[in-house]
Design a protein. Structure first.
Lengths: 202, 392
């Protein structure tokens, strides 16, 4: 269990999690965020991952992870089972993002969501002037083999939260160098490459 | 009263000569699910390693239907290597240098623990079919009594595959505070209709053997060898996968170049099954086979908790790690997934790994590196939390 250096967006998420709490990381991949939370924050951290290879690697590293699908398997958990339910860079790949968010906020007292911003200026440029589906560092797929079927912009996500009556406790927008930027929403939606939101039920 | 431990079969005598035994239930008989009080009764068990000072390093291994307490060493009856020596032993994932490992022959078994072979204290005659029908929960109760007898308050881990996995689930449900971590492998929370059906075929084969004599074959000095062998042959098919049978045998012929146009074992697969059947008879008792298959048939953890499996695990402090194998059709992955969902509903700490293997249900007994890696990692994580130190 080595959690020394993790991806910047994962570090941001980890910083939002209070020590000695209980968290569920959906789409936990190789388990690096989980390992960090367990080692450095004494969090009772559990994971869910779609890929069996990812799950097996996590469990072999001593992490509590099951194979599961955000769209279908959150329903098995009871209300308020976790202090935090985390979904990093996965919301856009779910079949029903709205239902997944609803489940996250049922199962967890708070939800932490990170996603790529489809209104980033590079995306806009490629679309408007290139006339092709954008491929960028955070969206590296061809249109025909992308797992990202529900892409959204930061403003779209805020609108969904408003619509669902979900309270945004924190929103951090990162530029393409993975540095937090502090701008009014209109500009953040243009210059932010990805965003991390912490939500709770209103 | 004669302690009902004296009238032993040859196999039992050899087994008991090579393991420990405890006679329990003298003062307080075992309350069986069927309503009968059983006592005194004997538990034959084996241990490896040493219990540490704070008694926190005990691992209980639960054996499967035809397994027994000889996990590591050569079997005193068959001379074959221990059934889980790939996993347990010095330098292995479950290392006696680190853990105190216990494995007990199940209640109803025939390797030294009390079962239908034993004498009924009331009559002084062998129980045979008058032995009470025992359940997986009864087996676990007897194991808990054994731990009390050994002065072990709780277990660092309970682990087992198949019926062993059922016992692990029962342990976690019945004694949650005594089980720090639980590893049920290739099992289910209830025996399926198909599995009951296969068991019934096996039992009918035994009971159809004229030598079975209503279960009193020992009194007649006979053995229902044909029936028991057929039961084993049927069961053995369910432990393998179609791919594994095809890979191992295909349609290859046995010691001949052409079909024999008769009913000898023309095909290698037939010869293999016949061998499996006949060697099984040397080490296993037919009545025991009836009782233990029945215990598995009766297993339904949800039914015992108001029909809701999650209720079996409400508030459980135990850390779980489940494993299943892709080609296991006796206890397919979906059965494990059902347990995982129930554990999720109980907000339990659970890991679940499905392992790619073409070896069928038997995979849990074999050299499966992915299973070993998973278990190693899980035990390492659990040991850190338990304060057993780094076990990597």
């Amino acid at each position: 269990m080595n959690g020394a250096a993790i991806r910047v967006d994962l570090q941001l998420i980890a910083d939002m999690v209070e020590p000695s709490t209980r968290a569920l990381d959906i789409g936990c991949g190789d388990g690096s965020l989980l390992a960090y939370l367990v080692s450095f924050k004494r969090v009772d951290a559990r994971g869910m991952e779609l890929s069996q290879t990812g799950v097996n690697a996590c469990v072999a590293n001593g992490l509590s992870v099951i194979q599961g699908d955000a769209d279908t398997d959150l329903g098995y958990y009871p209300d308020d089972a976790f202090d935090y339910v985390i979904l990093s860079q996965t919301l856009q790949a779910t079949r029903e993002p709205r239902a997944v968010l609803r489940q996250m906020l049922r199962v967890g007292k708070r939800a932490i969501v990170s996603f790529p911003n489809f209104a980033h200026w590079q995306v806009r440029l490629r679309m408007v002037f290139g006339g092709r589906m954008p491929e960028t560092v955070s969206l590296p797929y061809k249109w025909y083999d992308t797992p990202n079927i529900h892409l959204c912009s930061i403003d779209d996500f805020r609108a969904l939260c408003r619509d669902m009556g979900v309270h945004v406790e924190r929103a951090i927008v990162l530029n393409s160098k993975n540095r937090p930027i502090h701008m009014p929403p209109l500009l953040a939606n243009l210059f932010g490459e990805q965003a991390v939101f912490m939500l709770r039920r209103d | 009263m004669p302690v009902e431990l004296d009238d032993l079969t040859d196999a039992e005598r050899k087994a008991l000569g090579r393991c420990h035994r405890a006679v329990l239930g003298r003062e307080r008989p075992l309350q069986l699910d069927c309503g009968v009080e059983l006592g005194p009764y004997r538990v034959a068990y084996q241990t490896y390693g040493r219990l540490n000072a704070d008694k926190s390093n005990a691992i209980l291994i639960c054996h499967a239907l035809t397994g027994d307490q000889f996990v590591v060493e050569r079997h005193p009856v068959t001379g074959k290597p221990g059934w889980w020596d790939a996993l347990v032993g010095p330098g292995k994932v479950i290392d006696p240098g680190r853990y105190f490992i216990i494995c007990a022959n199940v209640l109803g078994g025939c390797m030294g623990s009390t079962g239908p072979l034993a004498l009924d204290p009331a009559t002084g005659r062998p129980w045979n079919l008058r032995f009470p029908v025992v359940t997986v929960a009864d087996m676990v109760r007897a194991q808990a009594e054994l731990l009390d007898h050994l002065g072990i308050p709780n277990l660092f881990c309970v682990i087992g595959g198949s019926m062993g996995g059922m016992q692990v689930l029962e342990w976690a449900a019945s004694y949650p505070r005594r089980v720090f971590s639980a590893v049920p492998i290739a099992c289910a929370a209830r025996h399926s209709a198909q599995n009951i059906a296969f068991h019934e075929v096996g039992r009918q084969a035994i009971m159809a053997d004229p030598e079975w004599k209503g279960g009193d074959y020992r009194l007649h000095d006979t053995v229902p060898a044909r029936g028991l062998a057929v039961a084993r042959m049927t069961a053995h098919i369910t432990y393998l996968s179609e791919q594994a049978l095809q890979r191992k045998f295909g349609r290859s012929l046995q010691n001949r170049n052409a079909l024999g146009f008769g009913f000898d074992a023309d095909f290698q697969v037939e010869s293999y099954l016949r061998h499996q059947g006949s060697t099984f008879v040397d080490r296993f008792d037919a009545n025991s086979y009836l009782y233990i298959t029945r215990a598995m048939d009766y297993f339904d953890l949800a039914a015992a908790h108001g029909g809701v499996l999650a209720k079996a695990f409400t508030g459980t402090p135990t850390r779980f790690c489940l494993m299943s194998f892709t080609s296991d059709w006796l206890f397919p992955t979906r059965e494990s997934r059902e347990i995982v969902h129930a554990l999720n509903a109980a907000a339990a700490n659970v890991s679940f790994v499905e392992i790619e293997s073409d070896k069928g249900h038997d995979a849990f007994l074999l050299d499966e590196p992915e299973m070993f890696r998973t278990l190693q990692g899980f035990l390492k994580g659990a040991a850190l939390v338990r304060g057993l130190g780094d076990v990597s």
